[in-house]
Design a protein around this ligand. Structure first.
Ligand SMILES: [Fe+2]
Length: 427
């Protein structure tokens, strides 16, 4: 459906069918365009184009558009507040998990239930002023690590299901599992993997020093309230510094999981160069779990939607690390570039609600032949190599400065419109 909107309301993911004044007035050479970068929107605005016509059958509509990165003050609303809805998200069965049978899912549920109770007890102790001993927490981290090793998808699915009473505890368990899975994808030594699992489990322990009324408060926080909530990394770090057997990695993650690579995070406003690998990993895991969980006035984002939106937040996360995180959870954001098992490059077209790990893709490039090929849409999953996603790829690596244009063409073009032709391949 064609809709005319004000250019100022343009959002990433929109398919631009026409611009006010025709394409001669457009700052782009292409006759159609999927808005994939904030700079493209800025160009339209700068060119003085007041309205654009978008095609919602080929891109996102006004209500679905990906938002810009939230201001730094909104992050606590995403990551630091407990949820108010009882509805557990994603309670519907997922095809792949049904096929897998109930055994591993049941085991993951048992592990998560035990973990939640243990974290709840530990946090209650902290509320009463008692210190944490890492030796007491290690068996819990080991159990979560083993569950992630057996079946990461089952574990990560179970930890996404939260209600308001268990959010804080389950968020800790979820970030623990995400950190373990992420660290293994990075091939870190197993000792370090466990250390990062513990860091995930304890990263928000400073929230025990924040009044529950603030963590539970629906609606916006007053500036004074926000600063209290934002004090939790420092308070947690202080508490852990006085505890037994706490590693440097755990302390680092506790203090720095709300920092941003552009230096606009808190509490120390460190930049990407100043932040450790562990801190940069934790920022990603923390926000991913928060935005895929229920929140007071906002539906939870699906995993693929969350990844697509988080990827668009410039300056928030380490982009290279974020790409590896996406690989680690096996869920690919719509619009992302992937390598298929038959050595074709493909763009993720649509998410699969039943199985987030099996999206629909559009293949368009043959790597061995170094040539564009006619577009072919494929439903991934099922085991055949041409249906298997191997890993994420960087478009700039393969196509250099041409990637933005090629990406838009692939997303917008009819299935059979790409005539085979040679394309220079980047180093
Ligand atoms: Fe936090």
């Amino acid at each position: 459906m064609l809709i005319e909107i004000a250019t100022k309301d343009a959002r990433l993911g929109m398919y631009v069918h026409a611009v006010e004044g025709g394409w001669l007035a457009s700052p782009f050479w292409r006759s159609h365009l999927v808005l994939s970068k904030p700079s493209e929107i800025a160009k339209l605005v700068k060119a003085g184009i007041a309205t654009i016509t978008i095609d919602t059958s080929k891109g996102v509509g006004p209500a679905q558009a990906a938002p810009p990165a939230p201001p730094v003050d909104d992050v606590p609303a995403i990551a630091d507040r407990r949820v108010a809805s009882e509805d557990a998200p994603y309670s519907g069965p997922e095809r792949r998990l049904r096929k897998r049978g109930s055994s591993e899912l049941d085991r993951a549920r048992e592990t998560v239930e035990r973990s939640k109770e243990a974290v709840s007890r530990m946090f209650a102790e902290v509320r009463m002023g008692n210190a944490v001993d890492a030796a007491d927490v290690s068996p819990l981290v080991d159990e979560i690590a083993e569950s992630v090793a057996r079946d990461a998808t089952a574990m990560l699915k179970v930890t996404r299901l939260k209600n308001k009473d268990e959010y804080t505890y389950l968020h800790s368990v979820a970030v623990c599992a995400l950190m373990i899975n992420f660290a293994r994808r990075l091939n870190l030594p197993e000792d370090e993997v466990r250390d990062l699992g513990m860091a995930g489990l304890l990263h928000d322990i400073g929230k025990m020093s924040v009044p529950s009324a603030l963590l539970d408060k629906p609606g916006a926080l007053e500036p004074g309230e926000r600063s209290v909530v934002q004090s939790h990394p420092v308070k947690g770090h202080q508490l852990l510094s006085e505890s037994e057997n706490i590693s440097a990695a755990v302390l680092d993650v506790c203090l720095h999981h709300h920092e941003r690579v552009d230096g606009t995070g808190y509490p120390e406003r460190l930049t990407g160069e100043q932040l450790s690998l562990h801190a940069r990993m934790s920022a990603i895991c923390d926000v991913y779990d928060a935005v895929t969980s229920n929140r007071p006035y906002k539906r939870p984002w699906s995993p693929s939607e969350a990844l697509a939106r988080m990827r668009s937040w410039e300056g928030h996360f380490d982009p290279a690390l974020f790409a590896i995180f996406i690989e680690s959870i096996g869920i690919y954001p719509v619009g992302g570039l992937v390598r298929m098992g038959d050595n074709k490059l493909a763009v993720i077209l649509t998410a699969n609600d039943e199985d987030p790990t099996a999206p629909r893709v559009r293949c368009f490039y043959d790597i061995p032949a170094q040539a564009m090929v006619p577009h072919r849409d494929v439903d991934t999953g099922g085991g055949a190599s041409h249906r298997t996603i191997l890993r994420s790829e960087r478009g700039e690596h393969w196509f250099g400065d041409n990637w933005s244009a090629i990406h838009a063409q692939v997303q917008a073009g009819p299935v059979d419109d790409a005539a085979p032709r040679r394309t220079a391949v980047g180093a």
